[in-house]
Design a binder for this molecule. Structure first.
Ligand SMILES: Cc1cc2nc3c(=O)[nH]c(=O)nc-3n(C[C@H](O)[C@H](O)[C@H](O)COP(=O)(O)OP(=O)(O)OC[C@H]3O[C@@H](n4cnc5c(N)ncnc54)[C@H](O)[C@@H]3O)c2cc1C
Length: 495
């Protein structure tokens, strides 16, 4: 029996990671140092790409039912709407931004993990580990203060921004902390003359104030405040900012969370050292602008889980795991750059720069293609892996996505309890023969190709691995041979 994968940290990323491994029947243990789930609402936004991956995992319906479906975000100045971006034409089955507080996200993920037979081992803190080459010997401290040893096949640090795993690996968390402080408040709001399913950013010479709907009538409010105060803000301080920078007539009450924070923009370059990985905030932290932090982390987990599952099932070489760091660190670099740019635009104080900002935003956002491109980028559907070693043959003349790009289809790619690649091609004898030949790693379903003259080989996480001209099955065979291992005779369970 193989040693379990040890996932450290039962935040949204660790829960996603553990649930995905459990879905693929990989033995996994999930530990967390705390006694209970967080009650801080922190991440509110789940973007369409994350929902697509949750859908393949089998739990998107519970999320969709449990949150508010936001339809648009607007940039305003007083009563003036400078720009409005809608989410309704994002190329995804999920054409909205799901607003759902982080404790609820964690509750749903934990319930999903439990349906797969998993439990979160709480009051269990990782204090040390040694990579022994064929496993990881971990030391954990239990609730009674006693230390014990856990032997793991692999260790995945989903242990947040102050990650012990990252520090023990000596990975440099390079980047900056912004000087500006922000306040955050979850409050009841009346008098905001706006659709209840719309996010709004109000620009004002003194700074910005942003409204994010949580449930009808209740909003998350964020505003920049110059320097971080010695104490968390009270409701009166937030009301004063809203009065000054908002549209007027907005009354706040019943705060459930009042806090302040500084923005950290940091990431590691390497997400893997031998048998140890980092994911989520342990690997990258950024401005909450754009609501990308948790989404990026959960997508790290989806990316690593299918690869680790194939390796653990001896259906792929451990070399496959090197692509995790290459792919996900490139995404984090992009997210950091986008959210950092957005934050700096919001924080502009110079009157001339602010004037220019207003003109550019009004002009640019009038163009539908610009609005669509921005919504698509934030939604995660344009994420692509151009430089991954996993990209195989490419038939450039075909209409449709290239290797590394997300495959858009009516099929649900990556569902089920095995990480399998999917074919999109004409459903003929050759396609069926290919599936029979690679039945262990190639799913039985054949999806409709975007161009009948081509074949698409799609990874379990929905990105194209290779394309070929119709009939050119050797290219697909070669791509699969490069990504996976033939079934060894001794494994009876090869399916
Ligand atoms: C104010 C605010 C607003 C945000 N808004 C958004 C948003 O709208 N959208 C978005 O995508 N993101 C948002 N984020 C970011 C988001 O909250 C984080 O990216 C997300 O929580 C990261 O999840 P994680 O699982 O990586 O880490 P965490 O949620 O930090 O979880 C780490 C877990 O590891 C445990 N742990 C730590 N060390 C150990 C150890 N040694 N042993 C055992 N357990 C350990 C901790 O107890 C914790 O439970 C926001 C963040 C803030 C602060």
């Amino acid at each position: 029996m193989s040693k379990p994968v040890l996932v450290v940290g039962a935040g949204p990323v660790g829960l996603t990671m553990a649930a995905e491994l459990a879905r693929y029947h990989i033995p996994v243990r999930l530990i967390d140092s705390t006694a209970a789930r967080t009650d801080q609402s922190r991440a509110l936004a789940i973007w369409p790409r994350t929902l697509e991956l949750l859908d393949a995992a089998g739990c998107a319906d519970a999320f969709a039912a449990g949150g508010l479906h936001a339809q648009a975000v607007s940039i305003r100045s007083g009563h003036d709407v400078l720009a409005r971006i809608t989410f309704g034409d994002i190329t995804s089955p999920f054409r909205y931004l799901l607003m759902i507080p982080q404790p609820e996200t964690e509750r749903l993920l934990e319930a999903h993990f439990q349906t797969l037979g998993g439990i979160v081992e709480r009051n269990t803190e990782l204090t040390d580990f040694v990579d022994t080459g064929n496993g990881v010997s971990c030391t954990v401290r239990l609730a009674d203060g006693k230390s014990t040893r856990m032997e793991a096949g692999w260790l995945i640090g989903c242990d947040g921004a102050h990650s012990l795993v990252r520090r023990r690996l000596g990975l440099v968390f390079g980047g900056d902390t912004l000087a500006t402080g922000f306040i955050i408040a979850d409050v009841h709001v009346v008098g905001l003359a706006m659709a209840p399913d719309e996010l709004a950013i109000f620009w004002h010479p003194d700074g910005a104030v942003m409204f994010f709907p949580i449930i009808p009538g209740r909003y998350r409010i964020i505003a920049d405040i110059g320097t971080v105060p010695a104490h968390a803000p009270d409701l009166a301080a937030v009301q004063a900012i809203v009065d000054q920078r908002g549209p007027g007539g907005v009354i706040l009450s019943d705060p459930v969370w009042l806090s302040d924070f500084r923005v950290n923009e940091r990431r590691v370059r390497e997400y893997r050292a031998g048998r140890v990985f980092v994911a989520g905030d342990a690997a990258h932290v950024h401005s909450p602008a754009g609501g990308q932090g948790m989404n990026t982390g959960m997508q790290d987990a989806f990316n690593l889980a299918w690869k680790l599952a194939l390796v653990e099932r001896q259906a792929a070489s451990p070399d496959l795991l090197d692509s995790y760091s290459i792919e996900r660190s490139a995404v984090a670099r992009q997210v950091l750059s986008d959210s950092g740019r957005m934050t700096r635009i919001v924080l502009l104080k110079n009157p001339v720069a602010r004037l220019l900002r207003g003109l550019v935003v009004r002009g640019m956002f009038r163009i539908p293609v610009v609005r669509h491109a921005i919504a698509s980028r934030f939604s995660g559907v344009t994420t692509r892996y151009d430089d991954t070693p996993l990209n195989g043959g490419s038939a450039r003349e075909l209409r449709g996505p290239r290797p590394g790009q997300r495959f858009v289809t009516d099929c649900i790619i990556g569902a089920g309890d095995m990480p399998r690649f999917t074919l999109a091609a004409l459903d003929d004898a050759e396609a069926r023969a290919m599936i029979a030949r690679h039945a262990r790693v190639l799913g039985p379903e054949i999806c409709r190709p975007p161009d009948e003259n081509g074949i698409w080989l799609v990874r379990p996480d929905g990105y194209v691995a290779a394309t070929a001209r119709r009939g050119d099955w050797l290219v697909i065979d070669a791509a699969l041979a490069a990504l996976t291992l033939p079934c060894p005779d001794r494994i009876r369970a090869c399916r």
